[in-house]
Design a protein around this ligand. Structure first.
Ligand SMILES: [Mn+2]
Length: 305
């Protein structure tokens, strides 16, 4: 028996993702990509400000070129993009995660591609639920400075510092983490004890990463991308709660995302932890550009190889 759901509450073109004048701007119900703004901010432990991440990314997205010079076309025309209005986020965190899970599920059930804009990383625990339920061979591709494998932090089971531990609560889900360079003893021991499910590509080794070794873990599988913006180097992306040196360049991250989309199927994504710095809109723009590239690789990609 199917449940009756309310219609998705779409943003009008002038507040949505991308140029309000793009060709599909007034057909949100036909778009395959659905942006879900969700500025959850419940457990940040250092800097704050991620609540305004989604609105900053949406605003910056209006400055993006529609033409993707790498794919050599206005890639959005291949799939269409819509954004829903950010809901009033429930409190405390567990109802908020259930709320997000319901929105993601609604998009996924319609055969569409959800991309969640955060908000803090703890939201992944909610966003992942419909994917974990739908895909028995799901792999999560995490970009992050932090392992996020703590079993709770500061008394909060659903802390951002526990985001991937909560993902791994789904016992069939595998994790590929890239860019990790801040990890506790407890997390390192957990990772060492679960090498069958947790595959870490350390930030310190990035000059020697074999992208085909990463791709081999993703090949033929549904991939959920969880992109913590602090996976990028702190110099590239200081607009986040815990900017950390030794991270990825923007282009290195894109190369991995592109290869992931070629060998597997990116089925959904989140982009989290942007904490905008007033007047430094390059960081908002970087996040918006990254969101568009994720969409393009996932939905307008170059196909399996
Ligand atoms: Mn994180």
């Amino acid at each position: 028996m199917s449940r009756t759901r309310p219609q998705l509450d779409y943003l009008p073109a002038e507040e949505s993702f991308h140029d309000p004048l793009r060709a599909d701007a007034h057909q949100p119900d036909k778009a395959r990509c659905v942006v879900i703004p969700f500025g959850l901010e419940a457990s940040v432990s250092y800097g704050s400000g991620t609540a305004s991440g989604p609105s900053a990314i949406l605003a910056a997205s209006h400055q993006l070129e529609l033409y993707d010079e790498e794919l050599r076309r206005e890639a959005y025309l291949d799939y269409g993009v819509a954004a829903i209005r950010e809901p009033e986020i429930a409190r405390p965190i567990e109802p908020a995660l259930a709320q997000l899970s319901g929105l993601v599920e609604q998009v996924l059930e319609a055969g569409r591609f959800p991309i969640v804009l955060g908000g803090e990383h703890s939201l992944t625990a909610g966003a992942i639920r419909p994917f974990a339920a739908s895909y028995k061979d799901l792999v999560v591709l995490q970009f992050d400075a932090h392992a996020d494998l703590r079993d709770g932090y500061l008394g909060e089971k659903y802390s951002h510092a526990a985001a991937m531990r909560r993902v791994l609560d789904h016992s069939h889900v595998e994790l590929v983490s890239v860019g990790i360079r801040a990890i506790s003893k407890e997390e390192a021991e957990f990772a060492d004890a679960h090498t069958n499910r947790v595959h870490i590509y350390w930030g310190k080794d990035q000059a020697r990463w074999d992208i085909e070794a990463i791709a081999a873990r993703l090949r033929g599988r549904p991939i959920y991308v969880s992109f913590d913006i602090d996976g990028l180097d702190g110099a590239v992306m200081p607009a986040t709660g815990t900017p950390t040196p030794g991270g990825l360049s923007y282009l290195h991250a894109l190369a991995i995302l592109k290869r992931a989309a070629e060998v597997g199927t990116i089925v959904g994504a989140d982009l989290v932890e942007l904490a905008p710095i007033p007047n430094f809109h390059i960081y908002d723009y970087t996040a918006a550009a990254l969101a568009y590239k994720i969409m393009n690789y996932a939905l307008s990609g170059t196909g399996p190889r």
